[in-house]
Write a protein that binds this ligand. Structure first.
Ligand code: SDX
Length: 428
């Protein structure tokens, strides 16, 4: 017997079906609600509202579970690589050796961007935040690849756009950093792997030889895996919403970068480090900041804490915390900010305010400590998040297109002035 809920409105009963996902999640399907009852639902921030059915990522916020296409994040972070995980997210299964080699080679052969990108880059002042530069450069790809504007082209052409997006984002991201530093851009070296290539484009200078540290490349690869997808978060929902109007993949990803930039979302990794540095510079008294975070009249929040879905631990934070320890000891770095972070976590997780609200460290709490250790400047932290999230955005955009999802257009409840008569300016 199909499950349903019955609502009783103005003395009439209406059946609404319950749908059940593969992990036994349940939702009331309200697609007939307005037609049958004239009612819409209201749910600010969509805290209780599902927007899609999806086969890509499963989260269980109560049990701290995260799986990409059914594979636990712990296994992928330990045993896989970012390109293999990107393939898994985008095409639905882990690649065999031939598939992975073709995918890797296809990406390698598209890492260069058009020389005219440098003229666009030169138009940005050196103080430009790299996220704003990156969002613009990604959108500019539609100018160099005008066929990508049509998302209804053949599967092969769409796949070409996907490969170019994966191949060129590291180059554009590194060039956004070089613009910030007012240093000459570094061209990709396709003899290197994905992360080595990016690190070299970021940090090498034409005047000196540059060797990528394998510890740094491996740490980055793990971080990118951990950021690769996270179901319908703010930036992914933005990518789907923009893509639902049949805008191109590049435009949709550019919008996702813009959404990710916010400090409540991907921008939190930069805000965490600024908060930890602030605690250190003000004498390291954690209690003051804990009290501020709890004070309703104080806009300060404990950055890197809390999550819309995880009301227990964020599995990614657990993995990143251990990786931060490993990377710092392998690089021989003793970062006082890591000690402050661990102390802050301990104090908060013994405080009822945080426990009662299910506020635990999220993916952004420790990631910045690794980025710092591998030499990434603070305002590039969210760019690293975007690099990691790209295959997730692509896979969700692709799924939305393949499912022929309708254009996203939520309803509202109007609470403004009722009918008024226009009056001449002299009579106001
Ligand atoms: C990411 O959605 C995703 O999947 C995102 C992400 C991904 O991979 O895409 O996981 C990446 O964005 C991680 C989150 C990074 N942001 C931060 O670390 C910023 C700090 N955290 C928050 O502002 C907050 O926790 C959110 C935005 C993450 C979640 O906010 P919600 O779900 O809207 O919760 P809320 O704001 O309604 O807070 C519920 C309560 C409130 O107190 P009460 O009104 O019940 O008294 O918890 C309090 C909040 O004041 N609260 C915090 C807090 N976060 C929530 N209090 C102090 N410090 C915090 N960080």
């Amino acid at each position: 017997m199909a499950e349903k809920v019955i609502i009783n409105y103005k003395g009439k009963e209406y059946d609404l079906p319950i749908i059940t996902g593969s992990e036994d999640e349940k939702a009331i399907d309200i697609s007939s609600l307005r037609k049958d009852t004239g009612l819409v639902t209201l749910d600010r921030g969509f805290k209780n509202t599902g927007s899609v059915t999806s086969n890509i990522t499963f989260l269980n916020g109560e049990e701290g579970i995260l799986r990409y296409r059914g594979y636990p994040i712990e296994d992928l972070a330990e045993k896989s690589t970012f390109l293999e995980v990107s393939y898994l997210l985008i095409y639905g299964n882990l690649p065999n050796e031939i598939e992975l080699s073709k995918f890797t080679n296809d990406i390698s052969s598209h890492t260069l961007v058009h020389e005219d990108v440098k003229s666009i880059l030169d138009g940005f002042p050196s103080k430009s935040h790299p996220m704003g530069v990156l969002s613009s450069l990604v959108s500019s790809l539609t100018a160099f690849y005008p066929k990508s504007l049509d998302p209804n082209r053949s599967k092969e052409e769409i796949n070409g756009t996907i490969i170019r997006a994966l191949a060129k984002l590291p180059t554009l991201a590194a060039w956004s950093y070089k613009n910030r530093m007012r240093q000459p851009v570094v061209y990709p070296d396709n003899s290197l792997n994905y992360c080595e290539n990016f690190i070299r484009m970021m940090f090498s200078l034409p005047t000196v030889g540059y060797e990528v540290n394998p510890v740094v490349a491996k740490a980055l690869d793990k971080l990118l895996i951990l950021h690769a997808d996270h179901e319908q978060n703010c930036s992914t929902s933005t990518v789907r919403m923009v893509g639902s109007s049949h805008a191109s993949l590049y435009t949709s990803v550019s919008s996702g970068i813009a959404a990710l930039w916010g400090p409540l979302h991907g921008g939190a990794n930069q805000a965490v480090i600024e908060m930890l540095e602030n605690i250190r510079e003000s004498g390291g008294d954690i209690g003051i900041f804990i009290d501020k975070a709890k004070d309703k009249n104080d806009p300060f929040r404990l950055m890197g804490f809390g999550h819309r879905v995880y009301k227990s631990f964020d599995p990614r934070a657990t993995i990143i915390k251990k990786a931060a320890d490993d990377v710092l000891s392998q690089l021989g770095i003793n970062d006082p900010v890591l000690e402050i972070a661990m102390k802050l976590e301990k104090v908060a997780l013994n405080d009822d305010y945080f426990i009662s609200r299910g506020l635990y460290p999220n993916v952004d709490f420790y990631s910045g400590i690794i980025y710092r250790a591998i030499g990434v400047p603070k305002d590039m932290f969210t760019v690293m998040f975007a690099l990691g999230r790209l295959p997730g955005w692509i896979s969700q955009w692709k799924e939305m297109r393949e499912n022929h999802d309708p254009i996203g257009r939520p309803r509202q409840i109007y609470t403004g002035p009722t009918l008024r008569t226009y009056t001449d300016i002299n009579n106001r």
